[in-house]
Design a protein around this ligand. Structure first.
Ligand code: GCO
Length: 469
């Protein structure tokens, strides 16, 4: 018995010593903003500046996909799935107003526009392609060309046709094939206008929100299935990359994936438990995909919760560039309550966005270094703030662009930056309550108005300093 107690005591001493060492050896990155020279931020003239949107969030008329179906439903408590019972509906009517919106992009001075194509409009029924819908996207690309703006097309941005949804979507490995065929069709018809492609937007968000938190369709809460959807999405990306590369024009095209990074940090840096839980969530949300792209091996194993392994040699080297979508990080504190195993906590003095995310530019710097390990050029494919009052947007833009500037100086090969978003739009389960736009949208009149807080972005594009005026 004495021996056992002795061993337990030693174990605690070792664990306690580890926690103190770890906490001291890797404090959370925080800069002294009073000493950061944000005004002197400059960017290489080669940086490609753009804005980003997604079809379902801006186009209007996306009424035959997994999201339009989801928006009509209520949850187990009979509450609407979308805040304020919003529906994407006409959204920003971008389908009809894209010429006007391209003029707004020109006013900003951006040279690229990242948008997604709506699969449910292009292939409303399996194997039946709608020529008029393809003609619309060709017209959009031609109008962008006239304006001197390059299109960057995302092939899957959370939405897909109801027939694909009802077939199980990416829960089933065999559904990679119909997605790949769709991508080949789009590539074949748009390749003369589009030279840069994102296969899938934020696989980890699609999988965790749809199959772990249940906030996105199909509203499951099954970690094992989350892992299976994740590995199928990684395989789908790799298959699409190889298939498009094999098509005429494929070798010249630049094909990547838009990867979200959201750091999950221990609330108590000396708590082994907080480190273990946040480490598991980081593995799920960030690292298993990055490792899969790096090594061609997908490994996700959280004992007792999820175990998915798959060798995907085609995933290795399946990026001509990596897209990074970055917003913030979260702190979690483990609770010994099975109903609520951990709670999110916020540090005193942190400035919050409306989401609410913490404004944490240091995390952007960290995330840029994380994706830099993939060894390919980086494009920031999304970065922005929900700020309806427009009283934090300028600060956000100045500090995140400063963080990107420091990452470039540190050697990260950052070649472009797309602001999220051009204009206010449908923010998924948050509906229209979250205002991410450089342009404010009055959804009653569809008027767009440039926000004061957008000014630092215009300064950066024009190669000026971020001098606060
Ligand atoms: C996402 C999507 C965008 C969001 C944006 C703000 O990350 O969920 O790519 O569609 O609107 O990131 O949350």
């Amino acid at each position: 018995m004495t021996v056992v107690l002795g061993l337990v005591g030693v174990a605690f001493l070792v664990a306690g010593g580890w926690m103190v060492w770890w906490n001291l050896s890797c404090p959370e990155l925080r800069w002294d903003w009073d000493r950061c020279d944000v005004d002197e931020t400059r960017f290489p003239k080669e940086i490609l500046w753009g804005v980003a949107t997604a079809a379902h969030q801006v186009e209007g008329g996306c009424d035959n996909n997994n999201w339009s179906h989801w928006e009509k439903q209520t949850n187990a408590r009979g509450q609407p799935r979308i805040k304020n019972d919003d529906k994407a509906g006409m959204a920003c009517d971008h389908w009809n107003r894209y010429s006007q919106d391209i003029r707004l992009m020109k006013e900003l001075g951006v040279k690229a526009y990242r948008f997604s194509v709506e699969w449910s409009k292009l292939e409303p029924r399996r194997g039946e392609f709608d020529d008029a819908a393809f003609a619309h996207y060709l017209d959009l690309c031609d109008a962008l060309f006239e304006a001197g703006i390059s299109p960057v097309v995302t092939l899957h941005h959370f939405t897909h046709p109801l027939w694909f949804h009802e077939s199980g979507a990416f829960e089933k490995r065999e559904n990679i094939e119909p997605f790949a065929r769709f991508c080949e069709e789009v590539f074949g018809r748009l390749r003369s206008r589009v030279k840069m492609w994102c296969t899938i937007n934020e696989p980890a968000v699609f999988a965790t929100q749809g199959y772990f938190t249940g906030l996105f369709p199909p509203g499951r809460k099954d970690l094992q299935q989350t892992g299976e959807v994740l590995v199928n999405l990684l395989e789908a990306h790799a298959v699409v990359y190889r298939r498009l590369k094999a098509l005429p024009g494929g070798a010249e095209a630049r094909i990547g994936l838009a990867k979200s990074i959201f750091q999950f940090e221990p609330w108590r840096r000396a708590s082994l438990l907080d480190w273990m839980v946040t480490g598991a969530v980081n593995r799920l949300f960030n690292d298993c995909l990055l490792d899969g792209l790096r090594t061609g091996k997908f490994r996700l194993h959280i004992p007792g919760l999820v175990r998915v392994k798959r060798s995907l040699p085609d995933a290795r080297g399946s990026l001509d560039f990596v897209g990074l979508n970055y917003y913030s990080h979260l702190h979690a504190r483990v609770r010994l309550d099975p109903k609520e195993p951990f709670e999110l906590r916020y540090r005193q003095g942190d400035t919050m966005t409306d989401m609410p995310y913490v404004i944490y530019p240091e995390g952007f710097y960290r995330a840029l270094h994380q994706v830099a390990t993939l060894g390919v050029p980086i494009y920031v494919t999304e970065n922005g703030i929900a700020d309806a009052k427009d009283d934090r947007r300028a600060l956000f833009i100045r500090r995140y662009l400063y963080a990107m500037h420091r990452a470039i100086l540190a050697g990260c090969d950052i070649q472009g930056y797309f602001y999220w978003s051009l204009m206010d739009n449908f923010e998924w389960s948050e509906g229209y309550s979250m205002r991410f736009g450089l342009y404010e949208v009055d959804f009653k009149t569809q008027e767009r108005r440039l926000r004061e807080g957008a000014k630092p972005f215009l300064q950066a594009i024009r190669g000026g300093s971020l001098q606060s005026t």
